[in-house]
Design a protein around this ligand. Structure first.
Ligand code: NAD
Ligand code: MG
Length: 396
């Protein structure tokens, strides 16, 4: 590699952001942090600036910018502070940037991620919601700009590793029969169904295998995460929803598999630590140390597999419905889910009502074509209004 690669980390204060900075810091001869962004934890963002010395830091408001600037000044740092969506777009598309880690959670990540794509960057995509919302337009932007899109989601990174380099010719052309998307089943895989009404946000966020942000933790508990990942896989690998099968695998050691027509099934295994897919994508097509401990198969001893239970996990069925309908449906699904998860975290609805709210939103509106980004944002807004109305009449 010729020179040090400059990396923008969007969502640097989050779980994926911190893991990314950890991998980067292990390889100062290869990478430096060009920019970081944070949303609420400005003191933590300051600490990251002191440690990683980025040229830019992006915060959501003038008030938070003032706080950060004071802290930077006291620390004697020259990091420049930018504000809001314009600031995020600037550090995502800056000509000096080689790669952008898209690790903002939810729909808020769509615009900055697209800015990186349109600038033709190497885009490390953790923000699955962006792709779910705007799949066709997003992938079109990737093709037009020549951006290199590398999946960070552990399952999609695993699939990417199990596919041949020329998979974009088409899955059938490279002999793929199915994609097997593994799921841990989350913390409620075996909870008696009649107890799901009483589960708390704390229980939902206590994932058995992975340590993650609160939104994706609740998504994992409802298996909406797997639903979003099904849609994500369809766009990343140009697969039909029916070609993607969800396999519950409680140990989270196999991160996903690809089933070929000759009967070969290739899998990627590893400890459940996001630094593996992050290091894989950062260095791709090379390999670097991620800091993850070697896999100890003797300690794991066995691997289990089950079919997903759609009665327990209705969100999976709703996501499949949206995947089949396409157009505006995935954006509506995603937005309704964001409202529902937030309401559950605030204890305004019960866990099973996450699916009820999404079902209401999805089955109330006709699916419309989304030929421009404005239509995606309109669908997102419409779903939030409908979800809000449902919450007003059903929530606490
Ligand atoms: P997190 O909640 O830990 O971090 C989210 C980051 O986004 C934070 O830096 C936060 O400041 C920022 N943010 C939140 N709201 C924002 C807004 N409105 N505008 C700008 N920035 C905002 O989340 P996470 O677990 O790191 O997940 C990040 C993304 O990666 C999600 O899309 C998630 O689905 C995906 N992902 C996460 C994991 C994981 O293990 N954590 C695995 C696979 C995929
Ligand atoms: Mg995943």
């Amino acid at each position: 590699m010729s020179r040090v690669q400059r990396i923008t980390v969007l969502g640097a204060t989050g779980s994926i952001g911190l893991s990314t900075l950890d991998v980067i810091a292990r390889h100062p001869e290869r990478y430096e942090v060009f920019a970081v962004s944070g949303y609420s934890r400005i003191d933590e963002l300051l600490a990251l600036c002191i440690k990683h010395l980025p040229a830019f830091a992006v915060v959501p408001s003038d008030a938070s910018a003032q706080v950060l600037r004071q802290g930077l000044k006291a620390a004697g740092l020259r990091t420049e502070v930018l504000v809001g969506e314009a600031g995020l777009a600037q550090v995502a598309a800056d000509p000096q940037v080689d790669a952008v880690m898209a690790a903002i959670v939810g729909a808020a990540g769509l615009s900055p991620t697209l800015a990186a794509v349109r600038a033709g960057k190497k885009v490390l995509l953790a923000n699955k919601e962006a792709l779910v919302m705007s799949g066709a337009l997003f992938m079109q932007a990737v093709r037009e700009s020549g951006a290199v899109l590398l999946p960070i989601d552990s399952e999609h990174n695993a699939i990417f590793q199990c596919l041949p380099g020329d998979f974009s010719r088409g899955l059938a052309q490279v002999g793929v029969r199915r994609i097997l998307l593994t799921a841990s089943g989350g913390p409620f895989r075996e909870t008696p169904l009649n107890e799901l009404n009483e589960v708390t946000p704390e229980q939902a966020c206590a994932h058995p295998n992975w340590s993650m942000g609160r939104k994706i933790s609740v998504d994992s508990a409802s298996m909406m995460n797997k639903g979003l990942e099904l849609i994500e896989a369809c766009w990343l690998f140009d697969a039909k929803p029916a070609q993607v099968e969800v396999v519950v695998h409680p140990q989270s050691v196999i991160h996903s598999l690809v089933d070929y027509v000759d009967g070969s099934v290739l899998a990627q295994l590893g400890n459940p630590d996001m630094r593996t897919p992050i290091a894989n994508a950062l260095a791709w097509p090379e390999r670097i140390d991620s800091g993850v401990a070697p896999l100890d198969l003797f300690a794991i001893a066995r691997l289990d597999f089950q079919a997903p239970d759609e009665q327990r996990f209705p969100c999976l069925r709703l996501a499949r419905q949206a995947a089949d309908a396409g157009n505006s449906a995935p954006a509506m699904l995603n937005a309704a889910n964001e409202v529902a998860v937030e309401a559950f975290l605030q204890r305004r609805i019960r866990f099973p009502e996450i699916a009820s709210m999404i079902d209401h939103v999805l089955n109330r509106e006709p699916v419309v074509a989304v030929e421009a980004l404005e239509a995606v944002f309109a669908a997102d807004q419409r779903a939030r209004v409908l979800a809000g109305q449902w919450l007003d009449s059903h929530g606490r």
